[in-house]
Design a protein around this ligand. Structure first.
Ligand code: NAD
Length: 316
């Protein structure tokens, strides 16, 4: 069933405080309730795994440094593990982590048969190249899809582990019955872990996609053409209502701490009066990312036990 077109196309007269045409109030895309539905399924998959193999699958969460938004995200994942019966193991490497010590920690987890999946805090602190992880992490345990094998499978359209955040951004649209095929999408951010995989997934879902980044000239011009805006820049207030096409769908992936509060990249107050649908921060992409990560984890555990299963929920 798809009711997104009607909602997305609706317009009302009037103008917002920042001068944009008014459409909203936007439908709030509630990641927490979608995640709750996912977690119920994951919980029963984990229970079935434990009954079959007599052991609890474990997720290793590697933190190199103490970046505040990343730590918030990692703690939420560990909490989510508990709620579905997965063992979550936090490996804190501290601020003096070197590429060599990070690679060694990942190699140790590769060799640990209890560990079904490994994720590493992203973005990595300055001085720690992504290669320290991707050169080492076992692709079968790479449930956040950063290994070149999984990234390549995504690029080629095959089944591999997807980066969970990018997966969540697109799954949010699907679960909310928002059509993607044929629509114009703008992704803000070109990182290997969020922006680019989100763009590839949207292309795979038949959107026409523009990727914007820190060197993009006149971001607003691109954003204004988009039916779907996915922002993953880590820049609070980057997207305001006046930049949006009336009726656009806004998926805010950004996580920023401002004055002790979590906010996204989108100025929610102005954007929600112009957009037809919008994710809140917190409570949008974040909880769904966690749930999808756990679905990747149970798929990894089952694959390592010799079962033939897909790598998680399909995104398109
Ligand atoms: P990153 O720093 O690696 O990449 C940021 C990207 O945004 C870059 O490509 C950069 O060019 C672009 N950018 C930065 N400022 C910009 C600007 N002013 N205009 C246009 N583009 C700009 O970060 P990342 O790892 O890709 O994460 C992006 C955001 O998503 C961060 O806020 C991060 O905390 C958040 N995040 C959220 C989740 C989640 O589950 N919701 C998970 C991971 C990351």
């Amino acid at each position: 069933m798809s009711d997104g077109t009607a909602r997305d196309g609706a317009t009302r007269d009037g103008a917002t405080l920042d001068g944009a045409a008014r459409v909203g109030p936007a439908r709030i895309l509630d990641g927490t309730s979608i995640a709750t539905e996912f977690k119920a399924v994951i919980r029963s998959d984990v229970a079935a795994f434990v009954a079959r193999y007599g052991r609890v699958p474990a997720l290793a969460v590697v933190a190199a440094g103490s970046d505040a938004p990343s730590m918030v995200y990692l703690r939420q994942i560990l909490k989510s593990c508990e709620t579905v019966g997965i063992e979550g193991r936090l490996i804190e490497l501290g601020d003096d982590t070197t590429p060599t010590s990070l690679a060694a920690a990942v190699a140790t987890l590769n060799a640990d048969p209890q560990i079904a999946g490994i994720i590493v805090q992203m973005p990595l602190p300055r001085g720690l190249p992504l290669r320290a992880v991707i050169d080492v992490i076992d692709p079968v345990k790479d449930i956040d899809g950063i290994h070149p094998l999984n990234a390549g499978l995504l690029r080629l359209g095959y089944d591999g582990f997807l980066p969970a955040t990018a997966h969540a951004a697109v799954e949010m649209l699907r679960r909310s019955d928002i059509p993607i095929a044929g629509r114009t999408a703008v992704v803000i951010g070109r990182s290997a872990v969020v922006g680019m995989p989100a763009a590839f997934l949207l292309v795979k879902a038949d959107a026409t996609v523009t990727v914007c980044h820190s060197k993009t000239v006149n971001l607003a011009e691109h954003v204004r053409r988009a039916d779907i805006v996915v922002t993953a820049a880590g820049h609070p207030g980057l997207i305001t209502g006046s930049m949006l096409k009336p009726g656009a769908v806004v998926i805010d992936v950004g996580i920023n701490v401002v004055g002790g509060r979590l906010v996204g990249d989108v100025d929610f107050a102005s954007a929600s009066t112009v957009a037809s649908a919008i994710t809140p921060v917190p409570g949008g992409v974040g909880p769904l990312t966690n749930a999808l990560l756990l679905s990747h984890l149970i798929a990894a555990a089952r694959r390592q036990a010799g079962e033939v299963v897909p790598t998680g929920v399909r995104s398109t």
